[in-house]
Write a protein that binds this ligand. Sequence first.
Ligand code: HXC
Length: 258
Amino acid sequence: MDYQTILVERRARVGLITLNRPKALNALNDALIDELGAALNGFEHDDDIGAIVITGSEKAFAAGADISAMADWDYIDVYKSDFITRNWERIKSCRKPIIAAVAGFALGGGCELAMMCDIIIAADTARFGQPEVKLGILPGAGGTQRLPRAIGKAKAMDLCLTARMMDALEAERAGLVSRVVPAERLLDEALAAADTIASYSLPVVMMIKESVNRAYESSLAEGLLFERRVFHAAFSLADKREGMSAFLEKRAARFTHR
Ligand code: HXC
């Protein structure tokens, strides 16, 4: 497919998506979110892809929704088109793990996009924020909901109400990002992490993603029950047999993703 707003590549078993509207700091418009959804769809249905990385440029992961696109819109325009969020769910519904590799600005919808990924790896240049309040709007793609779950109410309120940006180290301390790496190492580190994940049994990796996400959608008792059921189901996999045999035979496992 010929994409206009993103670059899509495969690196062995890893799918790499680079947001590519450099002149607008990767501002998110409907075209970009639609293309992102299409690229994720392609990787989701490709048995040879085990993990996905979404990244931006050195200066910006994404500086938020495209303000020039929305400036003249009224309620009825965004309501009818379900602006941005109409294809947003495709990111959440992707069953393969997605790593956000974030350098520079991840603001507004950019921060929300990163938070929809499963792991955020940040360059030391990364800056996160929900500055919508400055535009006379509020976060609209999960910022008021995912941010407090990720970093707690105190910091989430601070960021959403003051519009201040949080640097990479603060984001790591707060629990938003899993690792901070030097900017020049960002893509390599993200691809290496994705490559590691993609080397494991794909069905197991998908089960882990689904189970961890359950922790956000259910009570502890329901989540534990879900985990138990999925744990038992994993014993039906050829990869379970291979993983345990390989350990006992002191050799590397050769997973067939079945
Ligand atoms: C459209 C944007 C943009 C955006 C930057 N640009 N952010 N265009 N939408 N969100 C454009 C600028 O207009 C400029 O274009 C070029 O990118 C470079 O940006 P500068 O401002 O010149 O760069 P700099 O001075 O380094 O400042 C970087 C910045 C600033 C701090 C990130 O650009 C900024 O504050 N951007 C807006 C951030 C924001 O408010 N995000 C939230 C959006 S609302 P020209 O043509 O002048 O070179 C949102 C809601 C989500 O995300 C809801 C989801 C449903």
